[in-house]
Design a protein around this ligand. Structure first.
Ligand SMILES: [Zn+2]
Length: 142
């Protein structure tokens, strides 16, 4: 058995939705945008063709889509865990590598504890509702 297997498996709490990727993320983004702060998500970024998604027969994946609707946030309808975000209507495969986000909080922390974590608080300073920000349609209020 190979000892160089660096694959990561992430699963929601009830085990209905599982993602497997072949490597550690380059870094983990503990995103501080108004949505991801609420999710408590810690994203690792992968190309969509690296990701294997498995769902149990009765699993239901719910989606939250907002704003410019470029991506969906996907969570388990049973246990509520946020599993991944995925691009909507991605460009054709010959247009380059297409990125997705995997919630590394659903994976074994022992495998991820030495991966750099990024906390970008600059997005906190973006005024809600400003047309000058990428979250112009953000309905979040604190
Ligand atoms: Zn679940």
């Amino acid at each position: 058995m190979a000892t160089t297997d660096t694959s990561i498996r992430s699963s929601c709490h009830c085990g209905a939705i599982t993602l497997t990727v072949p490597r550690l993320p380059v870094y983990i983004n503990v995103c501080q945008c108004t949505l991801c702060r609420r999710y408590g998500a810690a994203w690792g970024y992968y190309y969509t063709d690296e990701v294997k998604i498995e769902t149990k027969p009765n699993a239901v994946t719910k989606q939250y889509i907002w704003g410019d609707k470029n991506l969906s946030f996907n969570f388990c309808d049973n246990c509520g865990c946020v599993c991944y975000w995925w691009p909507i209507n991605p460009p054709s495969a010959d247009g380059g590598e297409i990125e997705m986000g995997l919630n590394t909080n659903n994976a074994n922390p022992e495998l991820l504890k030495f991966v750099d974590r990024k906390f970008d608080y600059s997005v906190l300073k973006s005024p809600l509702g400003s047309k000058a920000t990428p979250h112009a349609d953000d309905p979040a209020k604190y």
